[in-house]
Each structure stands twice: as C-alpha cells, then as structure tokens.
Design a protein around this ligand. Structure first.
Ligand SMILES: [Zn+2]
Length: 283
C-alpha cells in the first residue's frame, strides 16, 4: 500500500550551526520545522509532527518556559501553521485522523491542540517520560506542558516498546519496528538516542520510500558523515551512546536502501531535494 505525502515547513527557528554539528562555524542559521501530511487510501489523513503553531508563543511567554524560546527563537507566519496549510489544500482540521508524534520537544508538537479529532500515536515509554514534567524540569527536557491537549491521554494510541500488537519483525538494522495499519505503508521505528521514545517513520509513498528520522540528526551530515552535534548539545541527549548507534543504523539502512529518501526534521537540503524530486515528472 502506498500513501500520498506532502512534506511541508511549519516555520523555523534560528540557532548556531556549530551546536548542531560539531566543528562547524559559529554562525546563526535557520532550521525549518518540517511536518508531513500523509493521505492514506483507506485510513484518511495523518500528520507526522505539526511544525510550529501560534501556541508556541503562549506556551513560552512565562519563565521558565521563556528560556526555551530564547535558546531557539521561532519565526512563524500565520499562513505557515499546519492547520493553515491544510486549509489551503482543502483539508479541515477535523479530517486529521492521526498525528504521529515523533517526540515531545516543543518544535514537533506545537500544533497538537489544533486537531480536535486526531488520535496521537507515540511510544508509551516516551510519553511516560514527559507526562508529569513541569517548570524547570520540563524546560530542561525541551517539553512545554501547555502544548499538550487536555484530553491527550484519552486520544493517545500508546505503543509499548516491547509489547505492542503493532510490533513486527524488525526492519534491519533497527531493533524494533511497528506496522501502524498492518499494510506496510507506515512502519514506525524507535530512534531514542535523541529523546526517549522518539519514533522515525518509514513510509511507502507514491513518490518512493521515505524515512522520516525526526531529530536522530539535525542535518544530514550527521548520518552521512557520522558527525555528532557540539559536546554541549550531546549532554542534552536522552542517551548519547544510543544517539551514535542511531546514526550508524541510519547510515547502514541508507547504504542498503539507497532508493529511500532520508529526512531529518530540520535539514533544508534534504527537504529541498525531496520536494524538487516530487515536482519532476517521471519518465
Ligand atoms: Zn526538533
């Protein structure tokens, strides 16, 4: 089963390039917040993450959450939110059936409140890590509690890492894989070095296979050249040795499956390449 996909940018933040890739110059760069709109032939509309939304600004107005917005200043036009870009495509917020939550960093979940009918798909263990976090503890983890819909738990489809009915034989070289609809169109793969419970998504699209790897690396040089972020940024990772393992696994997957486009959530060249390939009529 193949799905239609649109990869979109929901605003951007700015940050120093040397923090995201050790050894780079200390220059301030733009990092887009990408999200995907997936149209499944029988299951309907899904999102993978949401990009930024206006909720980010409310959620970071007060201390200590303000610190988050100071570290990564966010730039967003009203027409760039996921809900606005879907409306532009003739899709209402109520039509979104599922949101695949890669992980709970603020830049990936700020639009959750805009989709009142969506179910939230995430790794149970990842949600457990953040569900009761508040204040400084939350801010240190890049989690903004105000972004979470009040009925999140009622609408969540929590995947247990070890014991999920969706679990399938792992896609090598990864340790765990979950087939969301049992048709192979969307296979979720934990990449937990960056954040506990982070889920990548291997998607069979009409444009070819696409592996959304969220923040397993911020730029593609991370997996292609096995390069780490700045040591200071590494101290914020959930599990630095698993982070390195994730980079090695992604490169190994890429080598074995060169036809699969690999998409970090904040990498402009990867994004532009995928979008322009989709615009080229196939022979
Ligand atoms: Zn991110």
């Amino acid at each position: 089963m193949k799905v239609k996909i649109s990869l979109l940018q929901g605003g951007y933040c700015t940050h120093s390039r040397k923090m995201v890739l050790h050894g780079e110059a200390n220059e301030t760069c733009q990092f887009p917040s990408l999200f995907a709109v997936i149209e499944h032939p029988t299951e309907g509309i899904l999102l993978y993450d949401t990009g930024y939304s206006e909720h980010f600004f409310g959620a970071t107005r007060r201390y200590p959450y303000r610190l988050y917005a100071q570290v990564t200043p966010v730039f967003l036009k009203p027409e760039e939110t996921a809900v606005a870009q879907l409306r532009e495509r003739g899709i209402s917020a109520n039509e979104v059936k599922y949101i695949l939550v890669s992980h709970f960093h603020g830049d990936h979940v700020t639009g959750l409140r805009d989709f009142p009918k969506a179910r939230f798909v995430c790794l149970h263990q990842g949600y457990e890590q953040v569900r009761s976090l508040k204040g400084i503890a939350a801010t240190r983890k890049g989690f903004l509690p105000a972004l979470m819909p009040d009925d999140f738990e009622r609408r969540a489809l929590l995947i247990d890492r070890e014991d999920s009915p969706l679990r399938i034989a792992p896609v090598p070289p990864f340790a765990y894989s979950y087939d969301l609809f049992g048709d192979g169109s969307i296979v979720l793969i934990p990449l937990e070095g960056h954040f506990c419970g982070q889920l990548g998504a291997l998607i069979q699209t009409t444009q070819g296979p696409l592996f959304l790897i969220a923040d397993a690396c911020w730029l593609r040089e991370g997996y292609l050249e096995q390069r780490l972020p700045h040591p200071l940024a590494m101290t914020l990772m959930n599990n630095p040795s698993q982070y390195k393992q994730d980079l090695a696994d992604i490169l190994s997957y890429h080598t074995q499956n060169p036809e699969t486009a690999i998409m970090p959530s904040h990498c402009i060249p990867s994004f532009q390449e995928f979008v322009s390939a989709g615009q080229t009529p196939s022979a």
